[in-house]
Design a protein around this ligand. Sequence first.
Ligand code: G1P
Length: 282
Amino acid sequence: MIKKCLFPAAGYGTRFLPATKAIPKEMLPIVNKPLIQYGVEEAIEAGMDTMAIITGRGKRAIEDHFDISYELENQIKGTPKEHLLDDIRILVENYTFTYTRQKKMKGLGHAVLVGETLIGNESFGVVLADDLCEGEKKGVLAQMVELYRKFRCSIVAVMEVPKESISKYGVVSAKEIEEGIYMVNDMVEKPPANKAPSNLAVIGRYILTPDIFRILEKTPPGTGGEIQLTDALRVQAKRNMVIAYKFKGKRFDCGSVEGFVEATNYFYKKFKHNTHNTKSKG
Ligand code: G1P
């Protein structure tokens, strides 16, 4: 039902300099897979088949990653390493990757608006690849699609965060309508701790209805002088058209060095477990 997923990926990744000087932050690997590939796999699991990626200058590695590399294929064909390309081959062969560039960094809201050309007039998912999520039983986006079926409005994934870190996030003011599901009535981007309306922080997974584009066009720069997606969602929230969902699973903030290392350790354990099982299966 929701077929397209938007990946805003034009940012500079300054928190990871110098690593991100010549490679996009979305291409930083957690174990053996770049961050954006985890996001793409999550979108596919949620039933989406078209990845709309907002890139910028210096981000060509993303396009190359989701394409065939004949030279590499040729080199490793028939060698024991060939299976290492299996997962990415499946993505490249079966799904569509579309791109447009955000020429000026004017904020997340602006990046989403730039994506209208790839999305058109339909509801769509949004993944911020540096929030790496692992859902319980099913992926976080898949959980959100299920909610969309029921509510047919924008959905934001939220988690409870301690007071001292609330100012790093978009925060919702909301009323719980079912366990873990909230009707949002207001939102604020990166409030100081003492002004935060709740401890429910938005993380980088959204389902947006296409009216968001017309709202974004009219949204003036907000926090940090940037056009904020939170401010556009706030307009929908005032119309009771935003649901916040306390997702079931884990989320790693891979935009910070600490979160990145935490994710690496977590996924390395799983990786080791899987390679051990594959080996013992011969
Ligand atoms: C963005 C959003 C913010 C959200 C966060 C989740 O902020 O603007 O509302 O809570 O992602 O990671 P950023 O982290 O890009 O500054």
